[in-house]
Structure formats: structure tokens, C-alpha cells
Write a protein that binds this ligand. Structure first.
Ligand code: NAD
Length: 486
């Protein structure tokens, strides 16, 4: 796999399309140092048009006539290519966005091949006949590709989030235009390299890194049949409005402000051991991170102390170092935003127990000290808005009913966890949380389980068999019923 650091072409129609005179170039900066890591061309409207045309043309070619089994073969070949380059891809993403390498290895290095192989398995059964004897007809239900997919992804888990769209889209027989963001433009080319290595027909997958304008042009393009978006709630609302007007199917995976309910019988050691991975994954730059920790009043001081000690002890450093638990944020802008939230927390009356600033020994890059606020009221801004950095809030509750009320008193509903020694209590609390996913003494996305949100966290689901459905158009073919008297 060619992990080049300078990309002045786009991957369109199976070849490298040189950037037009009108397109811009961005420097991709290394999150840990702020130094230039490479450069990438950013798509303008000409590249969006070219990519959508190529994707539409591909549907009229061999890909449009392919069987599920044939597509599965191509997807498995792509998976092999991505898996072979997995370590390099993961390291590149860590350098782009600051993600600690162990997480990046799983999420960006190997998850794409896991998703491709999983959906390849589902593709093999898509052509199975689904014949339903009815009262007035024999109905044959055909599952056809929905068409050209616009896949718009953010920088925080760029390869994994692209895989959650590309794998089901290819399984369904769709073609895809992937629009990665400028911050992580470089890793996205691994998809192009894998498509070439796997011999994917021209135009089935197109890669055009670009900014918001390119995303907006792609989403509204007349040649697009379906939009799959992951990103902020603000952008999701704008995209949802456009798709509503166009009556264009759309899935929206948006922000979160998830709660971890720690009960009075919880194993606190187990909770704080899991805290880095569940409350602060990817330095807090994770949509489903459980950043509101709900502690029973009877154990509040003990839990604040344990959370504070754990967070204070986290290893901050170069995301490529094996021992690093907290890397830098993706950009200077993101760091300013998070520092602004920390000031809001302080001025709003929350009690800072650790962190709160820029670590003294990290003058380069965009590091922030992992931070904990205690005495947080759920009405405070830091408890309501998605901070997207290494900042935790600890809130107090009186009983299980109040814990549920606080957990559900949020504009968002994406993740969540319950920590308890009692499995029945855990299941009961989990069932009362208004959210798209919840973990009991654990939390880990899995390719077999549908993932997505309720409320301002989005519309629709990715992953699992449910994640394939948005890429399929169902067609009922009616035939005369077989008469019993014949
Ligand atoms: P963002 O919304 O600014 O950008 C995401 C992507 O959309 C980028 O490619 C961007 O160029 C593009 N974009 C932005 N505005 C657009 C518009 N109006 N039309 C079309 N495209 C547009 O988000 P971000 O800051 O890059 O990412 C962080 C956000 O993503 C957080 O809010 C996080 O919670 C969310 N996120 C959600 C999930 C999930 O599955 N629910 C997963 C990861 C991240």
C-alpha cells in the first residue's frame, strides 16, 4: 500500500484525476507537533461532478449487473489489501488526528477489513429468492441497490466511519463517492489503493477529499441517490434539511453527550480501569464517549476521588508511543474550542479537580490536560454540549429514578453505560436509557450490532444487517396467486 504524504490527485473513475486549476490544496498537519505532515488537493465542484458522473456510469457497467457473490469477492480482495496496510494506515491516522495507536490500530487499521468481510458475507445472500405467497399475489421481493451513495465522514475515526458506509454500500451493489475532510485527507487514499489492488470496476468507489463546500455540493448533487453522513449535529441538521427537500434517503450519525451511571453497588476499580477506553476514547474526540459520569450521592466523594486520580494518572504524549493513553487534539481550533468549554465550566460554578489547561511539557501540538469537573449540575453548559475533548463531568444523583432522569435529560442519545454488580439492575437501568446503544460494565461497538442515535444524535443505523437496509431499494414483483382449485 502506497502511504504517500502528498496527494495532488483525486481518485475518480478508477484513475487519478489531477486537481483542476480551481481546486485548493491543504496542508495536513501532525496533531502532536503541528508540523506539516503532507498536503492534499481539495475537491471543488468540478471534482464533485466528475466523481458523481463516474459513480453513476459504474452502475451501468459490470458492477450494476454483478451478483452478490461477485461483489463479495471484490470486497474480500479489498479487505485483504487494507488489512495488509493496516498498521501503516493506523499510524498515519494517529499522526493526522492524535488518536492513540492501539485504538487506531483497531478502528482505522483493521476495522475496515472486518466490515468489508462481514458485509461480503451478507452480499452473498442478497440474491436469494424471497417469495411470499399472499392472498392476491405471489410476491417476489427483490433487493436492488439504491444507487449512487454520497459518503461524508469526519476526521475523528476516518477509516472506520468510511468503512461503515462503503462496506454495506458495495455489498448492496451501490457505487460510492467518499468525501473525507481536509484534516484526514491522506489516509482516505488507502481506499483508492485497495480498490485498485482489488480490481474494483472503475467508478464504483471514488475518493475526493474536500471541505464543507464540497460536502454540501455532493449532498445536494442531482446525481446522488442516498446520503450517508457522520459528523456534527449542526452539519447533520443542514444536510437533513436538504435531503428532506430533495426526498433523498439519508442516514445521520451525529454528536453525543452520553452518561455512565455508576450505581451504589458498582465495582469502582473495574469502572476506573475501563474509564480511559469508555469515557475518554480518542482523547475524548468520540461521539459515543460517556463523558457525564453519574455517581450516587452516597458514594459521590469516593467516585470523584477515584475518577480524578485515574484521569490525573493518564499518560499524555505522542499518539504513536505504545504507552500513550491521551494524545493531542486534532487541530488548534479544536483545542481552543475545548479550552473555551473548560473556562465555561469554571465560570459556571463546576469544581475543577484535575487538568484544565495545556500540559507544560507539551509545547508543540495540540495537547490538553485530561480534565475532570465535579459538582456539575446537568443544566450547566459543560453537561449539555458535546465538548469533544478530554473533559469529564461528575454529577450526583439520589436514586435510580433520578439517575435515569439525568441520563435522559439530554438533547442527545447515542451511547451510555451502567456499572453495577447486579445484572438484573443493570439490564433494567439500560432498558430505561433513551439512547441508541448502551453497555453494561463494558462498551464496545461491534460490526454485528446496529449503531446510531436518537434525538439530536441522528437518524438511522449503521452496522449489523440493519446497516445494509439503507443501501437497498425494495421492489415487489407481483405474480398471479396459485389457485388452490387448479
Ligand atoms: P463536521 O460536521 O464539521 O464535519 C463532518 C464532515 O462533514 C466533514 O467531512 C465536513 O467537511 C463535512 N461537512 C461539514 N458541513 C457540511 C455541510 N453543511 N454539508 C455537507 N458536508 C459538510 O464534524 P467534525 O467536526 O469533522 O466531526 C466531529 C463531529 O462528528 C462530532 O460532533 C461527533 O460527535 C460527530 N461524530 C458522530 C459519530 C456518530 O456515529 N454518531 C461518529 C463520529 C463523529
Amino acid at each position: 500500500m502506497d502511504i504517500s504524504r502528498d496527494r495532488d490527485t483525486f481518485f475518480v473513475g478508477g484513475t487519478w484525476l489531477p486537481a483542476s486549476a480551481a481546486s485548493n490544496t491543504t496542508e495536513v498537519l501532525e496533531a502532536a507537533t503541528g508540523k506539516v505532515l503532507g498536503s492534499a488537493a481539495l475537491a471543488g465542484s468540478a471534482e464533485v461532478d466528475a466523481a458523481v458522473s463516474a459513480a453513476r456510469e459504474a452502475l451501468g457497467g459490470p458492477w450494476g449487473a454483478s451478483s452478490g457473490a461477485e461483489r463479495a469477492g471484490a470486497m474480500r480482495a479489498m479487505a485483504t489489501s487494507l488489512q495488509a496496510g493496516g498498521k501503516e494506515i493506523a499510524a498515519l491516522v494517529s499522526r493526522e488526528n492524535g488518536m492513540p495507536r492501539r485504538l487506531s490500530l483497531g478502528a482505522n487499521g483493521f476495522f475496515p477489513s472486518i466490515a468489508l468481510n462481514y458485509y461480503a458475507g451478507l452480499a452473498e445472500h442478497l440474491d436469494d429468492e424471497d417469495l411470499r405467497p399472499g392472498a392476491l399475489s405471489h410476491v417476489s421481493v427483490r433487493r436492488e441497490p439504491i444507487g449512487v451513495v454520497a459518503a461524508v465522514v469526519p476526521w475523528n475515526y476516518p477509516m472506520g466511519l468510511a468503512a461503515m458506509k462503503i462496506a454495506p454500500a458495495l455489498a448492496a451493489g451501490c457505487s460510492v463517492v467518499l468525501k473525507p475532510p481536509p484534516e484526514t485527507a491522506l489516509d482516505a487514499y488507502a481506499w483508492a489503493d485497495a480498490a485498485l489492488q482489488a480490481g474494483l470496476p472503475a467508478g464504483v468507489l471514488n475518493v475526493i477529499p474536500g471541505g464543507r463546500d464540497a460536502g454540501a455540493a455532493l449532498v445536494a448533487h442531482p446525481g446522488v441517490d442516498k446520503v450517508a453522513f457522520t459528523g456534527s449535529t449542526a452539519a447533520g441538521r443542514a444536510i437533513g434539511e436538504i435531503c428532506g427537500r430533495l426526498l433523498r434517503p439519508v442516514t445521520l450519525e451525529l454528536g453525543g453527550k452520553s452518561a455512565a451511571i455508576v450505581t451504589d453497588d458498582a465495582d469502582l476499580d473495574a469502572f476506573v480501569a475501563a474509564l480511559p477506553d469508555i469515557c475518554l476514547p480518542n482523547n475524548g474526540q468520540t461521539c459515543h464517549a460517556t463523558t457525564r459520569i453519574l455517581a450516587p450521592a452516597s458514594r459521590y466523594a469516593e467516585i470523584v476521588d477515584a475518577v480524578t486520580d485515574t484521569v490525573r494518572g493518564l499518560q499524555v504524549g505522542d499518539p504513536l508511543e505504545k504507552t500513550t493513553q491521551i494524545g493531542p487534539l486534532v487541530s488548534a481550533a479544536q483545542r481552543s474550542r475545548v479550552l473555551g468549554y473548560i473556562e465555561t465550566g469554571k465560570s459556571g460554578g463546576a469544581r475543577l479537580t484535575t487538568g484544565g489547561g495545556v500540559p507544560a511539557d507539551h509545547s508543540l501540538g495540540w495537547f490538553i490536560e485530561p480534565t475532570v469537573f465535579a459538582d456539575v449540575d446537568n443544566a450547566m453548559t459543560i453537561a449539555r454540549e458535546e465538548i469533544f475533548g478530554p473533559v469529564l463531568c461528575v454529577l450526583s444523583y439520589a436514586d435510580d429514578d433520578e439517575a435515569i432522569a439525568i441520563a435522559n435529560d439530554s438533547d442527545y442519545g447515542l451511547g451510555g453505560t451502567v456499572w453495577t454488580a447486579d445484572p438484573e439492575r443493570g439490564a433494567a437501568l439500560a432498558s430505561r436509557m433513551r439512547t441508541g446503544s448502551v453497555g453494561i460494565n463494558h462498551y464496545a461497538l461491534d460490526v454485528v450490532g446496529p449503531f446510531g442515535g436518537v434525538k439530536a444524535s441522528g437518524l438511522g443505523r449503521e452496522l449489523g444487517p440493519e446497516g445494509l437496509a439503507p443501501y437497498l431499494a425494495l421492489k415487489s414483483v407481483y405474480r398471479p396467486p396459485v389457485r388452490a382449485d387448479r
